[in-house]
Design a protein around this ligand. Sequence first.
Ligand code: HEC
Length: 175
Amino acid sequence: MKKAMLVAAFAVVALFTLGLCYPAPKGDAQSGRPKATQAHYERLWAWLKQSDYTKWNAPNGKAPDFQEGHSPHGALIKTYLSERAAKDRKDLADGSVIVKENYGPDKKLMAITVMHRSKGYDAKNGDWYYAKYMPDGKIDVTPPEMKSMPVAGKFKMCIECHSGAAGGDFLFFND
Ligand code: HEC
């Protein structure tokens, strides 16, 4: 009885972890799960909180510290790599997540920009899903004249600039 319960608990934890580690940007057809009712950026944020990204390391393998950022990102930034991303930062595995906290010059958190690699999502642009969150976790939205769209997904502005990163990997921290 005890053993069966333990096995069941393990299965639940495993399923939960797998599901959380691997939020797929589009529907959930590949995994056979019912189509997600939540937007991918909402699930991604929930996963970032759940896995406490603030404990992840910077690209140099150490705890992130303030670095100078460049427009349009913060004057000061902190970059965090998920465990999967940290395994090989030159060739980021499917499912890798990179979080960048953007701060003002006074070290006030202004926004959190995220890149999530998902195989097949956008093959011609390195398969990156982009998202920009406000400090409270709400997705940023474009101004009304730009239709108040969530700043998430194959977001043209992010892609256009990141496509200029050296090495064609859409990442600046490797340059
Ligand atoms: C005009 C250019 C430009 C645009 C537009 C831009 N970025 Fe960046 N991004 C950079 C630069 C440069 C860096 C390197 C860090 C720095 O200097 O701030 C960077 C770094 C990042 C990083 C850390 C990984 C890396 O490449 O080093 C993430 C994550 C990120 N940006 C997400 C986004 C998202 C999401 C958007 C769209 C909402 C976006 N960026 C739009 C230029 C840009």
